[in-house]
Design a protein around this ligand. Structure first.
Ligand SMILES: Cc1cc2nc3c(=O)[nH]c(=O)nc-3n(C[C@H](O)[C@H](O)[C@H](O)COP(=O)(O)OP(=O)(O)OC[C@H]3O[C@@H](n4cnc5c(N)ncnc54)[C@H](O)[C@@H]3O)c2cc1C
Length: 548
């Protein structure tokens, strides 16, 4: 089947009958708007006779997308989530239709494998087409030298939200737009949305609400399980939890995919021999979780867990609360980063946080740099020196003796192509499309050095996202969450563990609160292991729920 037929398929009479059994038949006069851009929770329509035109409003004009004829259906990826519609749907003539609401459609795709495949493929392809359209109704005016512009760009792109970007430094027409919306050039980034509404430097919460990525949460509902974090671990727990009938809510601060979502190509994840981009993997996992009925709220940061009461209560940054019988902590880690606005442009395209065989291949015969003075930096330097022509280690301290194992220091000393630059800090990253040059500065003399370096490794450690758990459950000395066999008798006594059994694998010092993935003490920091842990913990969570 060609791509157009997959994007806009025609259903058979038998398939339409199955949809009609969860919806109802109706008629509509010519020119009726069935749903509009900006609407949330739009209904789903199948054309029996007549037609529905789909247009994308951009400012005052309507960009034609498609006309659905007999046997064709409306909808894209927003049919499975609370995202706002990007398009307007209007009947072209008096039409006979089948209409179903979002919940009915979701239940149908869960039990009808044939329709599930047709719908999900079409919905994903339609969203991609909308994203690739040249002019979008949502416009970001920004500067490539502004970290806030990068923050907004990354949020919109990683959440699959179509937008048009205009850069004040390079796009000739941008001044006219700024004048039109009475915005000074120093006030960017600015988001101009449907109807000409202007948002100056909006927060992630505001953007999430604008695009409908954060469904309304009902604080009186007690969920079976709330998952904090939509990285690989959290999304896996959501897929398995929801598919096994649990009422699942996922709370995510920025975008699905977590750290993996920022990787340009994951090559060691089972089943993808040619690799897959982190964003594609995250998008598929999100659709899968939503298909099974998990609710995913983006732009929602958990700031505190109240573990003294049952059901547990989670406090969000906007003051809202969520109550739940069980929790999966999947909040991952944050690699310590350089405080440079250009950093995110080069992550995955010259800036790396691990030094595996994959990165090693990129360094053949090259000059590279490693930031960090710990063992991971030492191991990376020794390993990469076998491929690279020259390895420059950059540390802020006076040397390596206080932070690196003796054996690694000896190997570094014995490697003619590794040099150490103590008391130095990276101050600039440059390149078109990918990293090409790195500049560092001596902290005492201020002297700067720029080198043609296309591969920079940041080995400055990672901090777990566990501030919101402090005082509630047992963490290790580096603030990672202790679980299962890692919890000693003292830990459990201190946490007032009251059950006759010990914590299950991945269960924390609080019954029914599990932790998976990178935030867990002694975890393997890999996509596959986070996914595996997310899947396994659901089995144990069913058992834990019986004790609560
Ligand atoms: C650039 C890069 C490339 C990588 N490449 C590979 C690779 O090729 N292969 C591989 O196996 N591994 C790779 N990794 C490692 C891999 O991505 C991680 O091991 C994996 O993502 C861990 O998954 P996780 O679900 O535990 O946590 P994370 O991926 O860290 O996700 C945690 C999520 O929780 C959210 N969150 C945190 N705190 C809160 C809060 N309080 N409230 C709400 N949400 C919160 C975060 O926003 C984030 O989305 C890479 C990592 C990076 C950074």
């Amino acid at each position: 089947m060609d791509r157009a037929a997959q994007t806009f398929p025609t259903l058979t009479p038998a398939q339409i009958e199955r949809i009609a059994s969860v919806g109802r038949r109706t008629t509509s006069p010519a020119g009726e708007v069935l749903f509009d851009a900006g609407d949330q929770n739009t209904r789903f329509f199948v054309v029996i006779s007549g037609g529905i035109e789909i247009v994308q409003p951009v400012g005052d004009i309507e960009r034609p997308v498609v006309v659905h004829r007999a046997g064709q259906f409306t909808g894209e990826i927003n049919m499975l989530s609370a995202r706002r519609s990007l398009v307007r749907a209007r009947t072209t003539e008096p039409s006979e239709l089948v209409v179903a609401d979002r919940e009915a459609l979701r239940r149908l795709v869960q039990r009808d494998a044939e329709l599930s495949e047709i719908f999900l493929r079409a919905f994903i392809l339609r969203r991609l087409e909308l994203m690739n359209a040249a002019n979008q109704d949502l416009v970001l005016l920004g500067s490539r030298h502004s970290a806030d512009t990068m923050r907004i760009k990354e949020f919109l792109a990683r959440n699959g939200q179509p937008f048009t970007y205009q850069d004040v430094e390079t796009d000739p027409g941008v001044q006219a737009l700024l004048d039109q919306f009475h915005v000074g050039v120093n006030e960017v980034p600015v988001v101009v949305c449907h109807g000409g509404h202007v948002l100056k430097n909006p927060s992630i919460e505001t953007l999430a609400s604008l695009t409908g990525l954060d469904p309304q949460l009902d604080s009186s509902t007690v969920r079976d399980v709330v998952i904090v974090g939509a990285g690989p671990g959290g999304l896996a727990a959501a897929v398995y939890g929801a598919s096994e009938g649990l009422d699942v809510l996922v709370l995510e601060e920025t975008a699905p995919g977590g750290q993996a979502g920022t990787s340009s190509r994951i090559e060691n994840y089972l089943g993808f021999p040619t690799g897959i981009s982190g964003q594609a993997l995250a998008g598929r996992a999100l659709t899968q979780a939503e298909k099974f009925g998990a609710e995913v709220a983006i732009g929602r940061r958990v700031v505190r867990l109240n573990c003294d009461e049952r059901p547990y209560r989670l406090h969000l940054s906007d003051g809202q609360e969520v109550r739940t019988r069980a929790i999966v902590i999947a909040s991952g880690v944050k690699y310590r980063k350089l405080d440079l606005p250009s950093l995110s442009r080069f992550e995955g395209v010259g800036v790396f946080y691990s030094a595996t065989h994959l990165e090693g291949q990129l360094c053949q015969g090259e000059e590279i740099a490693i930031v960090g003075g710990g063992n991971s930096a030492g191991q990376a330097a020794v390993y990469l020196s076998q491929q690279a022509r020259h390895v420059q280690i950059l540390v802020r301290g006076p040397g390596l003796a206080d932070s690196m194992s003796r054996y690694l220091i000896q190997r570094i000393d014995g490697s003619p192509n590794i040099d150490l630059a103590p008391r130095c800090q990276v101050v600039a990253l440059e390149g078109e499309g990918r990293l090409e040059r790195v500049t560092w500065q001596h902290l005492d003399t201020g002297e700067r050095k720029t080198r043609p370096i296309a591969n920079l490794f940041l080995m400055t450690g990672a901090d777990p996202h566990t501030d919101w758990l402090e005082g509630c459950l047992v963490l290790d000395e580096k603030k990672f969450v202790k679980t299962g066999a890692d919890l000693g008798a003292e830990d459990l006594a201190g946490a007032r563990w009251a059950l006759p059994r010990r914590p299950y694998l991945m269960e924390t010092s609080i019954p029914g609160v599990f932790c998976v993935g990178d935030a867990r003490a002694n975890s393997v920091k890999r996509v596959a292991s986070a996914v595996g842990e997310g899947a396994i913990c659901v089995q144990l969570l069913h058992r834990a729920l019986q004790d609560l």
